[in-house]
Design a protein around this ligand. Structure first.
Ligand code: NAD
Length: 304
């Protein structure tokens, strides 16, 4: 098995550009996705396109997965009810396993435990930075796993990201990512609310944004991702809310936050409110729009 050989499973919006960066770094990449269409561009760039997961993961040093949710990750690693084998029973001894999907910490810990029983090392390594970060190779990775697994993960992840954090043990990468996105959902809701309040009371959103940026209301959304159209030229708000980070993904991540809070019986009143705002907003047909489109929810509230 060649040391720079990697199987990449899940070549969607994020996985496609991430695998492309591994190819650019000179890694020998084999790709597999249930949707053959998404693997074709990778084949054109020099990846081996596998016709089954078994074919993809046998004989590689590392497997990276980038899948929608916990159900998919459990099925891919552990097998499914249709009798399909999981990759834990398909890989060679010594294959290193990285899951970069955003999923519930319990599923990540389950897969890590099962991998350990098979003498395999696994890390959860969810990302922050979105499709733009995946394309640019500037993602932030948040890794959960042992110290030695973290070092191994760094050697691969550095080709796809800029910042690589070790959050703690198995599942802690997912938990950190969930806390971050709970905060992001709350920040974005609050930013939309404050800007809308100002506009409806006669303020210019550009002027108000500048004032808040130099005051105690300053936050990431205001600084880099203003949700009001026309304030920030490069933000999704000024491009018909094309994502970016889709509202349906924010709803998913806030749901993961609420599930975690339910497990630990932690109070999350702000996260619950943000989750419900996104649920209402998405139910109005906005789930494919960027998550900053929540601004329109506040505006439509005024007109209805
Ligand atoms: P996506 O739906 O575009 O891609 C997922 C891919 O996985 C699809 O191509 C699908 O066909 C494939 N897949 C599903 N089940 C499979 C299986 N059993 N075997 C092989 N392939 C399978 O999703 P995405 O936007 O790339 O997101 C992937 C993960 O990254 C999600 O967990 C998401 O929450 C997270 N994430 C996304 C963003 C973003 O901006 N898109 C940002 C940060 C994190």
């Amino acid at each position: 098995m060649v040391s720079n050989s990697i199987a990449f499973i899940g070549l969607g919006n994020m996985g496609g550009p991430m695998a492309t960066n591994l190819l650019k770094a000179g890694m020998a990449v084999t790709v597999f996705d249930l949707n053959e269409e998404v693997t074709k561009p990778l084949g054109d760039l020099g990846a081996v396109v596998a016709s089954s997961m078994e074919q993809a993961v046998s004989e590689v040093a590392t497997v990276v997965t980038m899948l929608p949710a916990g159900d998919h990750v459990r099925a891919v690693y552990l097998g499914d009810h249709n009798g399909n084998k999981g990759l834990l029973s398909l890989v060679n001894a010594g294959t290193f396993l990285i899951d970069s999907s955003t999923i519930d910490p319990d599923s990540a810990r389950l897969v890590a435990n099962e991998a350990h029983k098979n003498n395999l090392e696994f890390v959860d390594a969810p990302v922050s930075g979105g499709v733009a970060g995946a394309v640019a190779g500037t993602l932030t990775f948040i890794v959960g796993g042992s110290d030695s697994a973290f070092s191994k993960a760094q050697a691969v992840l550095k080709h796809m990201g800029k910042n690589i954090f070790h959050a703690g043990q198995a599942g802690d990468g997912q938990m950190s990512k969930i806390c971050n996105n709970l905060m992001l959902g709350i920040l974005m809701s609050g930013t939309c609310e404050a800007l809308n309040l100002g506009i409806e009371n006669g303020l210019d959103p550009k002027v108000l944004s500048n004032i808040m940026l130099q005051s105690s209301g300053r936050n990431w959304a205001l600084e880099l991702y203003n949700p009001c159209p026309g304030v920030m030229e490069n933000a999704p708000a000024s491009n018909q809310y094309q994502p970016g980070f889709m509202s349906k993904l924010m709803l998913k991540d806030l749901g993961l936050g609420l599930d975690a809070a339910s497990n630990s019986q932690s109070p999350v009143p702000m996260g619950s409110l943000a989750r419900n705002l996104y649920a209402f907003h998405n139910a109005q047909g906005n789930e494919e729009l960027d998550f900053s489109s929540l601004f329109e929810y506040y505006q439509s509230g005024k007109s209805s």
